[in-house]
Each structure stands twice: as structure tokens, then as C-alpha cells.
Design a protein around this ligand. Structure first.
Ligand SMILES: [Zn+2]
Ligand SMILES: [Zn+2]
Length: 218
């Protein structure tokens, strides 16, 4: 395990040109997630789905350890601003959430007495701490069926309102309409221009311009 940890930390650091305590946490969480589910990591297939609760260095550590990536559709970011991750066996639906123990920053210092500062203490301590001292975990139940979360690549639909293409079964069916998440009011942005200027933006294809969103039947 010590060698594997070193190798994974080297890979994670290569993505960033530096190694930092959060990458170490991510790598150790990824290793633990695989171990708890009995899945060997880094995985070569796509059986393990990982949901990280923040982005940044931590997430790349998790990816290095698990080989779960956004580009492979095996990593999701649910941005709750937490250094935590849930590891899902997509074959069984079993899900385990892993997060750092309370006051882990302080506890790490005892494992790195030679460290010059707290950051160094975390960097080294997180690598040396027994997993039970570093992490907590518990079984969780996903709110959506794992098959729906993974979805099927290759599915395509078109939004009845904006006309844009929707991949992987992410459309929302409301009454007799097929809507994208944005037009169904689940989007993360609002348009900066009115429906009339939308016409000029999309004037090359007037058939795609529909009524303003407020007129959608709900
Ligand atoms: Zn970093
Ligand atoms: Zn739409």
C-alpha cells in the first residue's frame, strides 16, 4: 500500500505540478472507497462511480486513486463545498460516503514531528495516518436510482422550448413537453437578453425560437 500510495500521489501531483494535502486526502479516500466496496482501484473498467462534493486538488487525488474521471462518465461533482466523496458500485447499487475525521488537520501534526509548518504536517501526516485515524465512512442510499444517475450514453432528445440537444436521457418530461433542465427552471443561469433578441441570435433557424419561458405550461 505504501508504494501504491506513493505512485498515486506522483500521478496526482503531475496533474498539478505540485503535491498538496488535499490531493493526499483525495488519494487516500479513493483507495478507501475501493477497499470498502471490494473493488480494485484504480479501476480499468467503469464499475465504480464516484461522486465528489467539491472540485479542486482533492478531486484530482480521488481521480488518480480510482481512475474515475468526468470524461469517462465515472466521476460526478455535486458541489457542496465539502472534502467528501461517495463511492458507488454501479453493479450492486451499494454506496459508501467517506469524509475526513473531525480535527484531522490538528491530528496530522503528531504523525509528522519533523514538519516545519502545519501545511507540511498535513502533507506528511495524511500520508502516514492509519486510515481509521484519517477518515470516517458510512453506507448511504442514493436518492435516485443508480441506473438513472449513470444513465445511458448515446441517448438524444431535443428541447421543445429552446431547441437545444439534450444528451444521456437528461430531458425532463412535463405534460406533453420535452424540456431541457434550463427551460424546466432547473438551470444554473438566466438569459441576459430578451426573447426578441434571442430571435436575432438564432435567426439562422427561426423554427427553433419559441415563446418566452414564462408562457410554458407548468
Ligand atoms: Zn493543491
Ligand atoms: Zn431548453
Amino acid at each position: 500500500m505504501a508504494l501504491a500510495l506513493d505512485e498515486l500521489l506522483t500521478q496526482s501531483a503531475a496533474l498539478h505540478k505540485h503535491l498538496c494535502p488535499r490531493q493526499v486526502l483525495g488519494v487516500r479516500m479513493g483507495l478507501q472507497g475501493g477497499a470498502l466496496l471490494g473493488l480494485s482501484v484504480p479501476q480499468s473498467a467503469k464499475r465504480l462511480l464516484t461522486i465528489v462534493e467539491t472540485d479542486g486538488c482533492f478531486a484530482d487525488g480521488v481521480s488518480a486513486a480510482t481512475n474515475c474521471w468526468v470524461g469517462r462518465r465515472t466521476l460526478r461533482v455535486e458541489d457542496l463545498g465539502k472534502v467528501a466523496a461517495t463511492f458507488v458500485d454501479t453493479q450492486t447499487g451499494r454506496a459508501l460516503r467517506v469524509w475526513p475525521r473531525h480535527a484531522v488537520r490538528e491530528r496530522a501534526q503528531a504523525y509528522a514531528p519533523e514538519a516545519d509548518n502545519r501545511w507540511q504536517g498535513q502533507l506528511l501526516g495524511y500520508q502516514r495516518m492509519p486510515v481509521e485515524a484519517l477518515l470516517t465512512w458510512c453506507e448511504v442510499r442514493l436518492r435516485a436510482d443508480v441506473a438513472l444517475i449513470v444513465s445511458r450514453p448515446g441517448l438524444r432528445a431535443a428541447c421543445d422550448h429552446c431547441g437545444e440537444e439534450i444528451l444521456n436521457g437528461r430531458e425532463i418530461r412535463r405534460d406533453d413537453q420535452v424540456l431541457c433542465g434550463t427551460c424546466a427552471d432547473r438551470g444554473y443561469y438566466e438569459l441576459c437578453y430578451s426573447a426578441s433578441s434571442l430571435t436575432s441570435v438564432r435567426s439562422h433557424d427561426p423554427s427553433t425560437v419559441k415563446a418566452p419561458r414564462s408562457s410554458i405550461q407548468r
